[in-house]
Design a protein around this ligand. Structure first.
Ligand SMILES: C[S@@+](CC[C@H](N)C(=O)[O-])C[C@H]1O[C@@H](n2cnc3c(N)ncnc32)[C@H](O)[C@@H]1O
Length: 255
């Protein structure tokens, strides 16, 4: 199995593939104004097995297009949507977020929890904007420093894993520089990392290793997952995901 196939295999049984919670999905959604939520067209980019997709569908009754690169995740989402009788609300699309084939101004809302890092925060804001109606909303959660300075070990870890991590003020500036206005921002709770994401991974890791006969590549993924969790437990006061909700400007600046 390739590294990516192993990664999908480790994560496909998770309710979520990143930190988050039902309450925080709904909190982010509460910044969105609409008279008819059920008429909204939402695209959920990097949906994984659809933790947040299901929450949005149940809560809004909107039409949701759920996009992910990996069909294994989309199959899980389709099965869940079927069981919950939500197939009328959720359509899945296998595609890469840097090569989407939607129409201009097709959506009222772009949603992306813990996934925009795959294209990069600013590039995602720029490339996805055309799919959003004027006055439409983008809601993304993304790695965010909580303090201006931090210990060397955690700085080096993130520089290695995802150097684009930034402070909220800098992300908000990028949002505003790219033709959106911020309408809401908050930081994910620590329980959304540990209880909802890392503890379920910890519980799956041993079986994952056994399933892959302790292969070298499975052991590597096991070890990097354990390291990621230990780093989080040690440095959780220095970073989190920030949830950014912004509205696409109706009037474009000429400057
Ligand atoms: C950290 S997970 C978050 C999943 C889900 N939104 C959640 O919060 O549980 C990132 C997701 O992005 C997807 N992904 C990675 N690269 C992608 C790409 N190029 N295009 C679309 N999805 C991608 C992964 O398959 C994964 O489901």
């Amino acid at each position: 199995m390739t590294e990516l196939e192993l990664l999908v295999d480790l994560h496909k049984d998770g309710v979520r593939q990143g930190p988050g919670s039902v309450e925080e999905t709904l909190k982010a959604f509460s910044f969105i104004e609409s008279e008819h939520f059920e008429k909204l067209k939402i695209v959920d980019i990097g949906c994984g097995t659809g933790g947040q997709t299901i929450t949005l569908a149940k809560h809004t009754g909107a039409q949701i297009t759920a996009v992910d690169l990996f069909p294994e995740f989309l199959n899980v989402l389709n099965n869940k949507a079927n069981e919950l009788e939500l197939l009328k609300n959720i359509k899945t699309v296998e595609a890469s977020m840097d090569n989407l084939a939607f129409h201009d101004e097709e959506f009222d809302v772009i949603w992306s929890e813990g996934a925009i890092y795959n294209i990069g925060f600013e590039r995602g804001l720029q490339e996805w904007k055309k799919y959003l109606k004027r006055g439409g909303y983008i809601a993304v959660s993304e790695a965010t420093w909580l303090t201006k300075s931090r210990p060397k070990e955690i700085e080096e870890y993130w520089n290695r894993e995802y150097a684009d991590i930034n402070m909220a003020a800098n992300r908000i500036k990028l949002i505003e520089d790219n033709g959106y206005s911020l309408v809401g921002y908050f930081v994910l709770k620590q329980s959304s990392w540990m209880k909802n994401y890392y503890e379920p991974i910890k519980n799956r890791l041993q079986k994952f290793l056994e399933r892959h006969n302790n292969s070298e590549s499975a052991k590597q993924l096991y070890e990097s997952s354990v390291e990621e969790i230990e780093i989080y437990e040690k440095y959780k006061d220095y970073y989190s995901y920030g949830f950014y909700v912004a509205k696409k400007n109706i009037i474009f600046s000429l400057l």
